[in-house]
Design a protein around this ligand. Structure first.
Ligand code: NI
Ligand code: MN
Length: 229
């Protein structure tokens, strides 16, 4: 079993059954919802980053430098990381996949803007992406990234066990749009993220559960809670 842990906002860690440690969208510094601090992370193998907004990227470079983790993201974002001194990066682009030791990763479309926090030139601006992971266990995890509801999500139908979707509104889908995304994706399990970090994205996850109804199992986590994939 792989263990997925929510650290508040869209920051998720995933430890595979082989012990590979993956962190999605590191946002622990100044994250009022976080259950841990960056220093609490001692070993990390991969950091998967959907886009460069501070609430997804702020701890990426320091964590990568300290732990030696490989940063996986869009070409522009990993180039920025390389230029900042990160040694191990793997650049990809939307629609492309790659087999890593822990499984296959494919970058999926997301509809969201994507400047990079810390890039004063604008030269590294890049679209947000999502990630579809097929772990060696065969389990498939979809991390949508910040996104609007897009019809392209229908293409994932039948290929997702666990979906992580934003429900916070204002910057991303709201619970109603996220419930429609569930209709498109048809995952077995859905976990809502990117809400209740600040008042602006306050949401009741039970409302999301009600809207999803029988279409999928809705697992509501508190920061620090884990789910076995
Ligand atoms: Ni964003
Ligand atoms: Mn965000």
């Amino acid at each position: 079993m792989a263990t997925l842990t929510w650290h508040g906002h869209a920051c998720i860690s995933l430890e595979t059954d082989e012990g590979t440690r993956i962190l999605f969208d590191p946002f622990l510094t100044d994250n009022p919802a976080a259950d841990i601090r960056p220093d609490d992370i001692d070993r990390l193998d991969y950091i998967l980053v959907s886009h460069g907004h501070f609430d997804h990227f702020i701890d990426c470079i320091p964590l990568a430098k300290r732990t030696g983790a490989t940063v996986v993201s869009t070409f522009e974002l990993v180039t920025f990381c390389s230029n900042q001194g990160v040694e191990k990066v793997h650049g990809m682009n939307i629609g492309g996949g790659h087999r890593f030791p822990f499984g296959r990763v494919k970058l999926t479309p997301a509809l969201h803007t994507g400047s990079i926090a810390g890039d004063d030139t604008g030269a590294f601006t890049t679209d947000c992406c999502g990630f579809l992971l097929e772990l060696n266990s065969g389990k498939r995890v979809y991390y949508s990234g910040d996104t609007a509801l897009i019809k392209d999500m229908e293409l994932l139908s039948g290929s997702v066990d666990v979906a992580l979707l934003p429900i916070g509104d204002n910057y991303t889908m709201d619970p109603a749009d996220a419930a429609r995304a569930v209709e498109f994706i048809q995952p077995r399990v859905v976990i809502p993220v990117h809400y209740n970090t600040w008042d602006l994205i306050a949401q009741d996850p039970e409302e999301f559960r009600r809207l999803v109804g029988e279409r999928a199992e809705v697992v509501v986590l508190k920061p620090g809670d884990s789910y076995e994939v």
